[in-house]
Design a protein. Structure first.
Length: 151
């Protein structure tokens, strides 16, 4: 059985010579059985960040997806784990996966790269997951996060 906690992630902001900027973001990273999921995906090089902790405009909807209380927003039935750090839009690309909630467990599986103009690419991350969590322990984390975001 895997374990899940939320860790802190940080994307440094930057201003380029041409005047364009890269926003600084602090976010929550998924730590699965002691390993940063973001690091497994190579996200610092890929420039994606976790879906939670940096914007609250869609966060409760996303939390409900992670709990299985809401159907995924993506037409593919997949849930966003890591998104564009500027806007969070699927059109910029995202790391997504299927979340399956059973009577006893929650399973994250079939990780891939997805956008809204082509089929999800499930080849690059075949070796990552599936991850199986005890449902009771798992539910404590997103519910706690929901409390933080609603204040």
């Amino acid at each position: 059985m895997d374990t899940l906690i939320l860790g802190h992630g940080h994307r440094k902001g930057e201003t380029f010579n041409n005047g364009s900027t890269k926003a600084e973001r602090k976010y929550f990273d998924f730590i699965v059985s002691g390993q940063s999921l973001g690091q497994l995906f190579g996200l610092p090089d890929f420039d994606l960040i976790g879906t939670f902790g940096w914007t609250d405009n869609k966060e409760n909807t996303q939390i409900d997806e992670f709990l299985g209380h809401a159907k995924p927003e993506l037409e593919t039935g997949r849930t966003c784990f890591y998104v564009c750090p500027e806007c969070g839009d699927i059109g910029c690309g995202a790391i997504t996966a299927k979340i399956e909630v059973t009577e006893k467990d929650v399973i994250w599986k079939d990780f891939g790269y997805e956008n809204n103009y082509s089929e999800p690419d499930l080849t690059d991350y075949k070796a990552i997951g599936p991850f199986t969590f005890d449902k009771k322990q798992y539910f404590e984390i997103p519910e706690g996060l929901k409390t933080l975001t609603t204040g």
